[in-house]
Write a protein that binds this ligand. Structure first.
Ligand code: SF4
Length: 84
């Protein structure tokens, strides 16, 4: 299994849990968590809710556990992902 895409929906409480779990993928700004451009095929840094850009290279394989941990640890359940 691998995670193909990950995104953040509205309602982030900027608690920082996701960045602690997977700092290669998530960055928490003053307003919301975003998916880092370095981790995405489109290179953009934002919530990835609209673009749903795939993860780059092997990130979705190598960091699968960390991304799932981030999603499960999110207190407001707004981290979503697609697996293949
Ligand atoms: S874990 Fe959830 S609420 Fe906390 S910073 Fe990440 S996306 Fe926002």
């Amino acid at each position: 299994m691998a995670i193909v895409k990950v995104w953040v929906e509205e309602g982030c409480t900027v608690c920082n849990e996701c960045e602690s779990s997977a700092p290669e993928v998530f960055h928490v700004t003053d307003e919301t968590s975003v998916i880092k451009g370095e981790a995405r095929e489109d290179g953009n840094t934002d919530e990835n809710e609209e673009a749903k850009s795939p993860l780059k290279g092997d990130i979705g394989v190598e960091l699968e556990e960390e991304i799932i941990e981030a999603a499960e640890g999110c207190p407001v359940d707004i981290i979503k992902y697609e697996e293949a």
